[in-house]
Design a protein. Structure first.
Length: 173
């Protein structure tokens, strides 16, 4: 008998095992119960290997850019945590199961780049601007998704700003 009074015997039923196994598909992949999607479970095996930049759908980048822009225009840079989940889930549905974690990581890198571009554009107009303070009118007009992405270079598993791009945007990701 062990110190904690447990002798290692496990009491379970067939139904308990069935309930547990219904969260896995025939390939042994965990199926996310609310969405029915596979490939979204981070494990020791998938954790580090998923941190890579891959091609993701253009419409996902468009939606993320607009969501980030709206955070600055409507909430003065303060996020309320809504809206982005739908963008990620829509993208995941378009990706192969094996690419979903990497796609999420990639979209997060774009999100960071867009955020930094908006902050830099605002601070170019008002260097004293802080989150929660009103965004100066017209400060974001020159920031487009294309202008941000044209300055990005893949460096390992992240994006960095192209050297000497001559832009007024100062991006550190």
């Amino acid at each position: 008998m062990s110190k904690d009074g447990c002798n290692g015997s496990m009491f379970t039923s067939v139904q308990s095992i069935k309930n547990l196994m219904k969260n896995y598909n025939s390939r042994g992949e965990w199926v996310e119960p609310t969405t029915g999607l596979t490939g979204l479970l981070v494990t020791d095996e998938t954790g580090d290997s998923s941190k890579k930049i891959i091609d993701i759908p253009e419409n996902s980048k468009d939606k993320m850019f607009e969501a980030v822009k709206n955070i600055y225009l409507n909430n003065n840079g303060m996020t309320d945590g809504t809206g982005k989940t739908e963008i990620y889930m829509d993208m995941y549905r378009q990706m192969k199961s094996d690419d979903r974690l990497s796609a999420g990581y990639t979209l997060r890198q774009y999100h960071l780049a867009y955020t930094q571009a908006f902050v830099s554009a605002i601070k170019a107009v008002d260097p004293t601007w802080e989150y929660g303070k009103a965004v100066p009118s017209g400060a974001l007009d020159s920031v487009t998704r294309e202008s941000v992405e044209s300055q990005l270079v893949k460096s390992g598993n992240t994006f960095v700003k192209k050297p000497s791009s001559g832009s007024t945007l100062d991006m550190r990701i």
